[in-house]
Write a new protein. Structure first.
Length: 238
């Protein structure tokens, strides 16, 4: 007695297509994990001592570099970044323009404030501004990115301040503000300047989760092929 492999031709096509798809999805997740791991390693380097930075050098530094800058806040023109949660509670990130010594502008993230409970009543984020430049430290960071494109909304170009936006680009912040802004945000250290809750975390999910998803997709590919073989092996009497 021997075994004969005799599946329907269309099952071979379906399983082969599914296996290829699962393998490709696994490779995609693996690459995402590698990218996320690089970002997390860059974020960890932000724990290093701050380096002195100017408007010119900020554009040359890697993201999450910890820097020390000097400037004056523009408290009259602030932004609230919507749809930001902290420990499961809804709220906003407070972004304030910092004017550096050469007149260039840098958006400083002063931390998280809770949702007021009313969409038409924004939190009070006014504060007194020192007339002389102050020194601040923090990490350079790209603007936060929404999980879905539908979650994006640029701040208005006209109207009262603070202006509300949902994951705008730096360019959209600059358009609303009316002046060019440096290409990265400054995530202020917890003890640097006036502000709110600052509990900065690496971006996105842990890279290990992406690697786990990759192995899951690859296991689906193996399972699909295994089922095709196991269900279509028939005994053949010799």
């Amino acid at each position: 007695m021997s075994l004969r492999f005799s599946p329907r031709w269309y099952w071979i096509v379906i399983v082969a297509a599914a296996a290829v798809l699962f393998v490709r999805l696994g490779i995609w997740q693996w690459h995402r994990g590698e990218h996320r791991r690089d970002e997390w390693q860059q974020f960890a380097r932000g724990d290093a001592p701050a380096v002195e930075a100017t408007a010119a050098s900020i554009t040359q530094l890697p993201q999450y570099t910890r820097v020390r800058v000097s400037g004056v806040f523009d408290a009259a023109h602030q932004f609230l970044l919507d749809n930001i949660s902290h420990n499961g509670a809804p709220g906003y990130q407070v972004l304030t323009v910092l004017t550096l010594g050469d007149g260039s502008k840098l958006l400083a993230d002063r931390g998280w404030v809770p949702f007021s409970g009313y969409r038409d009543k924004l939190p009070d984020i006014a504060f007194e501004v020192a007339t002389a430049p102050i020194f601040l430290t923090g990490r350079l960071s790209p603007a936060p990115v929404a999980g879905l494109a539908a979650g994006r909304q640029p701040p208005p170009q006209e109207g009262p301040w603070p202006r509300l936006g949902s994951f705008p680009t730096i360019e959209e912040f600059a358009t609303s503000y009316g002046a060019p802004l440096a290409p990265m945000l400054l995530l202020l250290d917890a003890d640097s300047g006036p502000g709110y809750v600052r509990d900065w975390q690496p971006p996105g999910i842990a890279p290990e989760r992406n690697f786990s998803y990759a192995f899951q997709w690859w296991s689906f590919a193996v399972l699909a092929v295994g089922l095709l073989i196991g269900l279509n092996l028939k005994r053949k009497n010799v």
